[in-house]
Design a binder for this molecule. Structure first.
Ligand code: KG4
Ligand code: ZN
Length: 347
C-alpha cells in the first residue's frame, strides 16, 4: 500500500512515498531557509506562499523518482498540525483535494507523532514501550509511548522550547538563522566550562523543563563581555555558545535519565530538530549506556522536518482513513495525548 506524505507545517516543504515492506520510495525536501534568513526567523505568510509554489512540482518529482503513477496511491497523509496555520492549510487543502480527486483517503497526521515515529524508519527500530524526548523548535516534551497513539506527556517546557532557546541565543550572538546548527558550530571551538550557566529545573523533582532563565543568563553574560556597542570577539562568542550548549544538553540529559528512572523503561527515543545536536546525542548515549538503557535516534536529516515521517505515520494510521476525505484538518495547536490509537489495521 503506497502512501503519499506531505509536510508543510513550518519552513520546509516535504513530499515522500512510503510503501510498507518496500519502505521509502521517494523522499524530497525543499527548505525555505534562504527566504527567511534575512528576517532572522520564519515569516508565516512567505512560508505559506512558498509551500503553494513548491508542493505540486515536488509531488510530480517524487512520483517520477519512485516510478509510481497517481492511480497507484492508496492514501495521502498530510501534517494536520501543530504548526503555522497558513502553512498547514496549504498542505492540507492540497492533500485533501488530491485524495478527493483520486477517491482515496486523506489522513491528517500529528506532526509530533511523525517526529516520534521517525526512528522506526531506521534499520534497527526501537520497540514499544519507550520514553521519547521530543525536542524541536516549538516543543520540548518527555512522552511515555506505550504504543501507536498511546501517548502520555510526563513533562514539558514551561516557557521556551529547547530549539527556540538555541535560536534565540544564536540571534543574541549575531549568528545566522536557523540558530541551532549555528550555535553548535560556534561551540565546536569554544570552552564549555568557560561560563557556568544555570542548569534550569534540575533542582526540582518534576520532569518539566524551563529555558527562559538560561536564556536570560546568556544575555547578561553577552552584555557584560561586550565592549560598548561592539559585538563579541570570535573566541568569546564560541565560549558563550559552548557554555550555553553544555547547560542545555546537561538539562535535557538529566531529565531523560530521571524519566527512565521514574518509568522503569530502558529505551529512550530522541526526535525533533534539536535531536540532530551532536553533543546531545553523545551525552545521552553515554548516560543511557551507563545505566543499561539504549537510545534510538533517527538519522540527523529525519530529526528535522521531513515528509518521510509523515508518510510513515500516515501508513501506520491507514486503518482510520476515510475516503473521500471527511474534513480538511489544519490545527495549529494539537495535544499529542489526545490522539489515541487507530482502529486495528486490516491491510
Ligand atoms: O523539528 P524541527 O525541524 O522543526 C520544528 O518542528 O520545530 O526543529 C527545528 C529546531 C530549530 O529550533 C533548530 O534551531 C533546531 O531544531 N536544531 C538544532 C540543531 N539542528 C536543528 N538545535 C541544536 N543543534 C542542532 N544541531
Ligand atoms: Zn518538527
Amino acid at each position: 500500500m503506497t502512501v503519499l506524505g506531505i509536510e508543510t507545517s513550518c519552513d520546509e516543504t516535504g513530499v515522500a512515498l512510503y510503501a510498507g515492506e518496500a519502505g521509502l520510495l521517494a523522499d524530497l525536501l525543499y527548505s525555505q531557509v534562504d527566504i527567511h534568513r534575512i528576517y532572522g526567523g520564519v515569516v508565516p505568510e512567505l512560508a505559506s506562499r512558498d509551500h503553494g509554489a513548491k508542493l505540486m512540482p515536488l509531488v510530480v518529482d517524487a512520483l517520477a523518482e519512485a516510478g509510481v503513477a497517481l492511480g497507484q496511491l492508496r492514501a495521502v497523509a498530510y501534517t494536520g498540525g501543530p504548526g503555522l496555520v497558513g502553512a498547514l492549510m496549504v498542505g492540507a487543502t492540497f492533500a485533501c483535494s488530491l485524495a478527493y480527486g483520486l477517491a482515496i483517503p486523506a489522513i491528517a497526521v500529528h506532526h509530533m507523532e511523525g517526529h516520534l515515529l521517525a526512528p522506526m524508519l531506521e534499520p534497527d527500530p526501537p520497540r514499544f514501550p519507550f520514553l521519547a524526548l521530543l525536542v524541536s523548535g516549538g516543543h520540548t516534551q518527555l512522552v511515555l509511548v506505550e504504543g501507536l497513539g498511546r501517548y502520555q506527556t510526563l513533562g514539558a517546557t514551561l516557557d521556551d522550547a529547547a530549539g527556540e532557546a538555541f535560536d534565540k541565543v544564536a540571534k543574541m550572538l549575531g549568528l545566522d538563522y536557523p540558530g541551532g546548527p549555528e550555535v553548535a558550530r560556534a561551540a565546536e571551538t569554544g570552552d564549555p566550562a568557560a561560563i557556568r550557566f544555570p542548569r534550569p529545573m534540575l533542582g526540582k523533582d518534576s520532569l518539566d523543563f524551563s529555558f527562559s532563565g538560561l536564556k536570560t543568563a546568556v544575555r547578561l553574560a553577552i552584555e557584560s563581555r561586550r565592549a560598548g556597542d561592539c559585538s563579541l570577539d570570535v573566541a568569546t562568542r564560541s565560549d558563550v555558545a559552548a557554555s550555553f550548549q553544555a547547560a542545555a544538553v546537561d538539562t535535557l540529559v538529566a531529565k531523560c535519565m530521571r524519566g527512565l528512572d521514574s518509568t522503569g523503561l530502558s529505551t529512550l527515543v530522541v526526535a525533533g530538530g534539536v535531536g540532530a545536536n551532536r553533543m546531545l546525542r553523545t551525552q545521552l548515549r553515554e548516560a543511557a549506556t551507563a545505566r543499561g538503557a539504549r537510545v534510538y535516534y533517527p538519522r540527523p536529516e529525519y530529526c528535522t522536518d521531513n515528509a518521510a515521517m509523515i508518510a510513515y505515520a500516515g501508513w501506520c494510521r491507514r486503518a482510520e482513513a476515510q475516503a473521500p476525505p471527511a474534513a480538511i484538518i489544519a490545527t495549529p495547536r494539537w495535544a499529542l495525548d489526545d490522539l489515541g490509537p487507530p482502529p486495528v489495521a486490516h491491510s
